[in-house]
Structures are given as C-alpha cells and as structure tokens.
Design a protein around this ligand. Structure first.
Ligand code: PRP
Length: 203
C-alpha cells in the first residue's frame, strides 16, 4: 500500500520548528512517517531480491538521506554506486539533464536497484533507466521515495514508491530548492514566496 499524503490541518498538523518558519509553510511527511514507510519499503525490496548480490545505483544529490536510511534496513548483499544527474538548475522547473558522475561498477548480468528521491516529470528516471538498460543488467527495479504523478510527461512508473504526493514544491530529507533545505529531517512544503522571489533572498 502506497500512502498518499496531503498537508495535515487542525490539531494533527505537525508544527514547523521555529528556525524554519519563515521559509517552510508546512510539514508534509514527518520524520516518524518517513522512518516507518522506509522500513516497509526495505521489506518489500528484500522479499523481491533474495540470494543474489545486487547493485544499488543511487542518483545524486537528492537521494542522500533516503538512500542512507533505506540501505541500512536492507539485510542483503549489495554493492553501491552513484550516477550524478541534475535537471533543475536553480529554479523549480525540470530542464535538460546534465550528467555529473557516471556509473563505475559493472552491472552487466546483475540485479540493479535504481534509487531516486522523487519521480516528477519522469525525465530523469526514464533517461537513467535507458542508460542502465543499455549496460545489459539481468533486471532493473526502480525505487523512489516520492511520486508526484500530476506532473508526469514521460510514461514511467517506479516499482517501489514511498509516498504519493500532490503537486507542491517539496524540500527536505535530501530534496532541495537552489541547493538549500536538503538537511531538513522531514519533507516540507515551501512558502510560495521563497521560490517566487527566487534565490536572491536566500543568499
Ligand atoms: C531532481 C530529483 C530527481 C529529478 C526528478 O533532481 O532528485 O532526480 O529531479 O525530476 P523529473 O522526474 O522531472 O526528472 P535534481 O535535478 O533537482 O538534482 P538533485 O538530485 O541534485 O537535487
């Protein structure tokens, strides 16, 4: 079951720590919700990948926290590698993809788990999936923490999804706006003034 999350209201609304109130409008997914769901995801993955050593390929930079928590819960033999890819630049719109780091491990004939933080337009995941497929692995499964299906332009879905989210600009738990906010321990919705006024005010 993939949980669908919406910003909570009333008394159940988690309170934004005072330090972040100027920029963060609300907390969409709390650290406790993240922890619980990632443990469930690791169990789903573990049930599918038994026996063989897998190669986990994680996309930089947004997966940093999700990956660390996910693989700590995976009791499976694995090797880890990264692909550096970036689409957003300094704004909120996906643009052309730039590869900043290539895969170094040989994935030919291997079981690959491709990990990303968010599936948005789908351009990143479909392009990287095709790139890995060309290297002839035995199989590729894809895993994303967040799925924002409202913005999809490519015909791509992930095999493992943490949370279905509405079309808000989200940050935290590895996700950024102009490289900021990755260190928030929860997934948050920014006040629109932050991304409307751009990065100047953040400098
Ligand atoms: C973000 C995110 C995904 C991608 C999703 O990466 O980490 O990889 O965009 O968007 P898409 O489905 O529209 O392609 P970004 O380019 O911001 O780089 P980052 O991981 O360094 O933040």
């Amino acid at each position: 079951m993939k949980p669908s999350v919406r910003p909570a209201s009333g008394r159940s609304k988690p309170s934004v720590p005072p330090r972040w109130r100027k920029e963060v409008e609300s907390i969409l997914i709390t650290d406790a919700q993240l922890e619980k769901r990632i443990l469930q995801m690791s169990r789903e993955i573990q049930a599918d990948f038994t026996g063989r050593e897998m190669v986990v390929v994680s996309l930089l930079n947004g997966t940093v926290m999700f990956l660390a928590d996910l693989i700590r819960s995976l009791s499976l033999p694995l090797r880890l590698d990264f692909i550096g890819v970036s689409s957003y630049g300094a704004g909120t719109e996906s643009g052309d993809l730039v590869f900043t780091k290539e895969l170094r491990l040989d994935v030919r004939g291997r079981d690959v788990l491709l990990v990303d933080d968010i599936l948005d337009t789908g351009r990143t995941l479909s392009r990287v999936h095709a790139k890995i497929k060309a290297l002839k692995p035995r199989r590729i499964k894809t895993c994303v923490l967040l799925n924002k299906s409202a913005r999809r332009v490519e015909d791509v879905e992930a095999d493992y999804v943490g949370f279905e989210i509405p079309d808000y600009f989200v940050v935290g738990y590895g996700l950024d706006f102009a490289e900021r906010f990755r260190n928030l321990p929860f997934v948050a919705v920014l006040h629109p003034h932050v991304y409307k006024e751009g990065i100047k005010k953040l400098k």
